[in-house]
Design a protein around this ligand. Structure first.
Ligand code: ADP
Ligand code: MG
Ligand code: ZN
Length: 732
């Protein structure tokens, strides 16, 4: 390697640490920056959170003169300039939010050479005066962020981006870098064409977001499921996507009732309300945004830890983009989608209203991919990446539900026969839920009215949890044993394939539904997650919020979560060790060190924390931590599983509790008046035993378990007796 490129590499690393506080480049950043600092054009394709900004911000520091950054969103410009300023990098923006006076002041600063970066809104470029102003600047680099806005094929085309051609013609000798996270080929090609990038290299990083984990959960009791998930992310920013505007409003209200801070966001709200809600979210004053997909474009919040889709996304492109808003800072974050086959109908309804037949077919195909993704029994990450034309060869990604809990296969011949015959006996004109109710013998008025409780299939699957039956039926739809009838409602009939199965007495293996659901709600710590001191982290968060409010900036501008987590792991107590922490550069060290260091020192003294740990050695040893489960969440988990009609035995096994503990949860829940489903528990105690136990309770005249046990003898377990007592108390 020639010495000058070696010294350039050194310079770049030094700039990275002193100005941004980072120790390493992210994938491709160094290659891109090296290329740009050699004064060559570049086209950069990197997923959201990949670290595109640094690709032009660091060259801006390397070059003499000024870097122009074209960016489409006013809010983003302000956040970026705030973040740069906090790092001691002189930057400003010019857009319609400024007064004429402010505008003038920024322009003067730029002309005096006092700015390294100047963010401009594309519509400025059409103003002739502005062009001559630009012409008099010593421009060393032009960066076009969110470059997909130039393409009409993109989802957020901006006519003003067409002015960029002019900018390029104006600065022929200046390198141009265009950056986008857009994954579609058509848009990429359009950008290259529009900007005349034919001979410039394209840098494409992998679109895999390895700090995101993907989960799909069956959509039953989804609100409880959501509450459960949110409890595992206390204080962490989350977006909950809903299908309609009114859904977002009612969901936000329900979440507030359940004790969370949540606000809605959708296109029907006034722009003031939208802005106010978004600001509260960005400033960590509200934990949850409940939004339609209208939300997300205008924010770069780096520490969103959770994205939940309560309804089916329309396309995988949209899903990738919406989930992509999680974990920009690289810390582990979760993406969870609640799926029910019924939701497909909701989408179908809208697709059928599309007038252009081509558009309709297209939308239908995109939706089919979403359904396939949901019903997948193999790696979800692999499916997503393949969909976007990227190869993913690994056996397991270790961070999707399919890879974390591979679904065991089981011999589903019996239950399949039962399901198929229930579909036939009820006349092949009902939905999955109704047929399930018949199979598990649900006490349902409609079933009785139709006389379906008299069928031989009524209750023949009562030994199985309802959600298992539902999931198996969904598998049978996927395997095309069950076919959807024409018409508005999702009703099913047997396919030729199913008839053949019955006729030839075949057998069938299907994925076991149960394990997946039970194990899912335990959040696993992903590799690379620090085992930091939660209490100190909280203290530092509060401090960060105070500093941010005093300066009128979002908290992440002060320090990101990764920085606070490292502080709460390594307890830096002097400038030297504080500077070792990621995200702490020279300016922030000077500005915030004096505030943070004493707080950390006090904490260490008060909590008797042993000597500060050496960072360089420990940084490598990151391991997962055992999760402490709160009292309330353990009850809620039992309730959730009961509501899904799991047996006490299965709940105990899955949660590693004794049956007695689970039963004590049930009793406590009922005592507090919580509504839990317990009907199915009677199938756990044989009829004759239940009768005998009931009699023993009556005769003994007590509610004492041990007395009844003593009266009945060893043939009866405490579980039998306790279940019967619950049923006696609550069903008589
Ligand atoms: P993009 O524009 O590609 O979505 P950003 O430029 O907003 O991504 O960067 C996402 C986050 O990653 C920011 O919080 C940023 O500070 C952080 N980041 C960027 N580069 C690095 C790096 N080399 N080391 C650590 N964090 C980084
Ligand atoms: Mg960006
Ligand atoms: Zn996977």
């Amino acid at each position: 390697m020639p010495t000058d490129s070696l010294s350039r590499a050194n310079t770049l690393h030094t700039l990275l640490k002193t100005h941004f506080g980072y120790d390493h480049f992210r994938p491709l950043q160094e290659e891109i920056i090296t290329h740009i600092t050699a004064q060559k054009d570049a086209f950069v394709l990197m997923p959201t959170g990949g670290g595109k900004s640094l690709c032009y911000q660091l060259p801006a520091l390397y070059f003499e003169g000024i870097t122009l950054v074209v960016s489409p969103l006013i809010a983003l410009m302000k956040d970026q300039v705030d973040a740069l300023t906090a790092n001691g990098i002189p930057a400003a923006f010019l857009n319609s939010s400024l007064t004429v006076g402010e505008m003038k002041r920024v322009q003067e600063k730029a002309l005096q050479g006092e700015l390294k970066l100047l963010y401009i809104a594309p519509e400025r470029l059409a103003v002739p005066d502005f062009q001559s102003f630009l012409q008099s600047l010593p421009v060393s680099l032009v960066a076009i962020d969110e470059a997909h806005c130039i393409s009409e094929w993109g989802h957020d085309f901006r006519p003003d981006y067409r002015n960029l051609r002019r900018l390029r013609e104006q600065f022929t000798a200046v390198p141009v870098v265009a950056l986008t996270a857009t994954a579609t080929h058509r848009v990429r090609e359009d950008i290259i064409e529009q900007l005349g990038f034919q001979n410039s290299p394209t840098f494409i990083s992998s679109f895999n977001r390895d700090n995101l984990s993907y989960h799909v959960r069956p959509k039953r009791n989804s609100f409880m499921g959501l509450v459960d998930i949110l409890k595992k992310h206390p204080q962490e920013s989350a977006i909950v996507y809903c299908f309609s505007r009114s859904d977002t409003e009612s969901m936000a209200a329900n979440l507030r009732e359940a004790g969370f801070t949540a606000l809605p966001y959708h296109a029907g709200l006034s722009s003031e309300t939208r802005k106010a809600n978004q600001d509260k979210f960005i400033r960590d004053e509200v934990q949850i945004m409940v939004a339609t997909i209208a939300f997300g474009m205008g924010i770069d919040k780096p520490d969103i830890r959770l994205i939940v889709h309560m309804d089916l996304p329309k396309t995988l492109e949209g899903y990738y983009q919406e989930t992509g808003r999680a974990g920009r800072d690289g810390l582990p974050s979760e993406c969870i989608l609640f799926y029910s086959y019924g939701d497909k109908m909701k989408q179908d309804f809208f697709i059928n209203q599309l007038e252009d037949p081509l558009e309709r077919t297209n939308a239908q195909q995109k939706l089919t991919h979403v359904i396939d993704f949901c019903q997948l029994e193999t790696c979800r990450r692999a499916y997503l990446l393949h969909y976007f034309g990227e190869m993913w060869e690994k056996q397991s990604c270790d961070a999707c539900d399919a890879c974390l809990t591979p679904r065991e296969q089981f011999d589903a011949t019996e239950i399949t026969k039962k399901i198929l015959s229930a579909v036939v006996r009820t006349g092949e004109r009902f939905g999955l839920k109704y047929v399930t109710d018949v199979l598990i013998g649900a006490k349902d008025k409609k079933i009785r009215e139709r006389g379906h409780d008299m069928l031989s299939v009524f209750g023949i699957a009562r030994d199985m949890p309802e959600s298992d039956v539902m999931q198996i039926m969904a598998s049978l739809v996927t395997r095309q044993f069950l076919m959807k009838n024409e018409g508005e409602y999702a009703t099913f009939r047997l396919s030729q394939r199913a008839k053949q199965f019955l006729l030839e007495n075949e057998s069938i293996m299907l994925a076991k539904p149960l394990v997946r659901e039970i194990s899912l709600s335990r959040r696993k710590k992903t590799k690379g997650e620090l085992e930091y001191n939660q209490d100190l982290f909280e203290v530092l968060r509060v401090l960060r919020k105070e500093l941010a409010d005093a300066r009128g900036v979002p908290p992440f501008v002060i320090f990101g979560d990764a920085t606070l987590q490292e502080m709460a792991t390594y307890y830096p107590r002097d400038n030297q060790s504080l500077r070792e922490i990621t995200g702490v550069g020279d300016t922030k060290l000077k500005q915030f060190g004096p505030t943070f260091l004493p707080v950390i020192s006090d904490f260490v003294t008060q909590h008797d924390i042993p000597d500060a740990r050496p960072i360089s050695t420990l940084r490598l040893v990151r391991r997962g931590a055992e999760e402490k489960e709160g009292l309330t969440s353990t009850y809620l988990e039992t309730k959730r599983l009961l509501d899904e009609r799991f047996s006490v035995e299965m709940i105990a096994k899955a949660r590693n509790l004794t049956e007695q503990t689970v039963l004590s949860h049930v009793e406590k829940l009922l005592l507090e008046g919580t509504d839990v489903i317990t009907d199915h528990l009677k199938f756990e105690v044989e009829d004759y035993k239940r009768t005998a136990i009931e009699k023993a309770f009556l005769q003994s005249g007590t509610e004492s378990l041990s007395q009844v046990k003593a009266a009945l003898g060893d043939a009866y377990t405490y579980t039998d007796i306790r279940i019967t007592r619950i049923l006696l108390r609550h069903h008589l």
